[in-house]
Design a protein around this ligand. Structure first.
Ligand code: AMP
Length: 615
């Protein structure tokens, strides 16, 4: 397929302001894409070259991109720089300069999607000293063949700043849109049930279509949850239609999307909700998913990043201590102080997340891994089994050794015993506890009260911290202007609307280092207008793509007419009182922040605690 089709679609997507339109544009692009290019088109839309767990970096420095534009457009570097200063966007600069050149050129070779991907893959694999010239050549070659619009997106892609705003939910919606008619033919019973559902009696045709599409989207998402590679799913759909979904299974080496925890404010409510449960220590480290296939071991983070090279001692321990040819297990890894026989806090464990000096740090801060779940052993998919059975399998799987053990846990239906276990754990420096429904299957990519977290509680203060997506920032005053960042506009995620709703402006808790780090990170993701998936009435001075998450503590959740989070018909939403930033949650992507539903539950729980306190 010609890359021009993709670039033209991206251009239209970039100009849309509504998510529905974005889905329509994306569906049109997918329809036009042959199966052999489907995978690449999805990765390019996501701003990547491969699924996230393959760790293939696309980023290229501005300086080299300027040189490639100069080479392809026939201008000097200084001239390109001068124009760049005016537009502030090298993509626009490339568009402008190539428009001038192309008016004069007579012959134009077309660029294919495959060629673009091929050159970027070569670029990504070219590393080390003295490779700049080759990189510039590879990029300039693409520009030589490209139209101005193609050039704009090639340059943004090279800089890692595509900013289309098409999230994974939108991609899945557009896949469902493309295969809607086929789904209706395959599942007349589902269609009939939706049409006959009394709730929809007076609904428009369009609304019914949307409901049917949602059913299909759920089926696609269920596959994505166990095989987190949308490129692979798109390819199978394009090749085989909906039957292609049947071929998608769990596979060692491809991460499964993690199950998530709910919150409740007291042990009594936990027992009321899930009855007799497993209560486990909650360790504050990295969540890891370990995939073992023979001697091959891969380690994935909570958001499907490949961390295998960072933790050599865990790779070794998985080879020695997991007694199966093939398995997928999950746990929390954290640094352990052998001398004092205690865990290090998260701030110390995080030092193990690095690309250099890995072996030295591994000696200085060795990790312990506490396993809490088991999803696959040899050919057996354990995900549908109740938690207590999965845990029995896990226990048999682990052989003795120094690095891997099971999480500490008790089974009880007595709130007093839960509280006692909670206090023991908190006083030994852990974060709190996790209560798990003994009968629940593993819910990939979802919550549904299979797990309930219960952290150190601060009466009078908000029970737990919240994780907020950064939507934009305000410039600072005084000393803070040095960093270009004074405060943040933050939001929570509304799963139903697939939108970020504003909940708080945050100006306290930042150290100078944190300000500088955030400024460096956010400045790479600045967007000119409010992103399509953001709903906020506050206008920060600078909007950013909602991809970074920070952990925030606040005194309480209050109702507020100013913010859009959870806003009801009367126009009242939720806000945070006295919010202060604790840290950047590097392990979470934008839409993995706290949800609107969680905020509402926390608000309700907070009311209950207040009533109990005053009794
Ligand atoms: P939070 O990140 O605060 O939503 O809490 C959920 C996280 O707690 C999980 O993603 C794990 O990284 C971590 N965790 C620590 N101990 C456990 C445990 N015993 N069971 C499940 N998750 C745990």
């Amino acid at each position: 397929m010609r890359f021009e089709i993709v670039a033209t679609a991206f251009d239209a997507i970039e100009k849309t302001t509504k998510r529905l339109d974005m889905t329509t544009q994306m569906a049109a692009l997918l329809k036009e894409t042959p199966a052999s290019d489907a995978r690449i088109v999805i990765y390019l839309t996501q701003g990547r070259l491969a699924p996230p767990y393959e760790n293939i970096e696309t980023g290229m420095g501005e300086k080299f991109v300027v040189q490639a534009i100069a080479k392809a457009a026939g201008y000097s570097k200084e001239e390109v720089d001068k124009r760049f200063k005016k537009t502030g966007d090298l993509g626009e600069t490339a568009f402008e300069l190539l428009s001038k050149k192309k008016q004069q050129a007579l012959v134009m070779q077309t660029l294919s999607v495959k060629k673009v991907h091929e050159n970027f893959m070569k670029l990504a694999k070219t590393t080390g000293e003295g490779t700049q010239d080759l990189k510039i050549k590879l990029l300039a070659e693409l520009l030589n063949f490209s139209t101005p619009t193609e050039a704009k997106f090639i340059i943004r892609f090279a800089l890692g700043s595509l900013r289309l705003g098409v999230g994974d939910p939108t991609i899945m919606d557009s896949m469902a849109r493309v295969h809607l008619e086929e789904f209706k033919k395959m599942h007349p019973a589902i269609v009939k049930a939706i049409q006959e559902d009394k709730k929809h009696e007076k609904k428009e045709e369009e609304e019914l279509e949307r409901k049917i599409q949602l059913k299909l989207r759920e089926q696609i998402e269920a596959k994505y949850n166990i095989h987190s590679d949308l490129g692979h799913i798109a390819e199978l759909l394009a090749e085989k239609g909906l039957k292609g979904l049947d071929a998608i299974e769990m596979e060692p080496g491809v991460p499964i999307r993690p199950t998530l925890a709910e919150r409740l404010p007291s042990s009594e409510e936990i027992v009321e909700k899930i009855g007799k449960c497993a209560v486990e220590a909650k360790y504050d480290g990295f969540r890891v998913q370990i995939h073992k296939h023979g001697k091959n071991v891969s380690i994935f983070s909570r958001n499907q990043e490949n961390m295998t090279d960072m933790f050599p001692e865990i790779v070794l321990a998985a080879q020695e201590q997991l007694d199966a040819e093939k398995c997928i297990v999950e746990g929390e890894a954290l640094a352990y102080n052998e001398k004092l026989q205690e865990f290090y806090p998260f701030q110390v464990t995080i030092q193990r997340k690095r690309k250099y000096d890995i072996d030295e740090k591994a000696k200085e801060l060795p990790l312990k891994l506490f396993l809490f779940d088991c999803l696959l052993i040899d050919k057996k998919n354990l995900m549908p089994l109740p938690f207590e059975e999965r845990r029995a399998h896990l226990k048999k799987l682990i052989t003795s050794g120094d690095t891997i053990e099971m999480t500490k846990s008790i089974i009880t239906d007595k709130p007093k015993e839960i509280d006692k276990f909670f206090n023991e754990n908190v006083s030994s420096g852990l974060e709190g506890i996790m209560c798990k429904d003994l009968k629940a299957p593993y819910i990939a990519g979802g919550r549904k009260y299979a797990w309930i977290k219960f952290k150190r509680s601060y009466k009078g203060e908000l029970q737990d911290t919240v994780d907020l997506a950064i939507l934009g920032y305000f410039k600072g005053k005084g000393k803070r202007t040095e960093f270009g960042l004074g405060g943040l506009l933050c939001g929570v995620y509304d799963e139903d609307a697939d939108e970020f709703k504003s909940i708080s402006k945050i100006g306290t808790g930042f150290s100078e280092q944190m300000l500088a780090d955030l400024d460096a990170l956010l400045s790479k993701h600045v967007v000119k207008h409010k992103p399509v998936r953001v709903d906020s009435e506050f206008e920060p001075q600078i909007w950013v793509e909602p991809i970074y998450v920070i952990e925030v503590r606040a005194d309480e959740i209050t109702q507020s007419p100013m913010h859009t989070a959870g806003r009801n018909k009367e126009g009242v939403g939720y806000a945070l009182r006295f919010p202060r930033i604790l840290k950047l949650r590097e392990d979470k992507k934008g839409d993995e922040c706290t949800t609107v539903k969680e905020i509402i539950t926390m608000y309700e729980n907070q009311k209950k605690v207040k009533i109990e306190d005053s009794q």
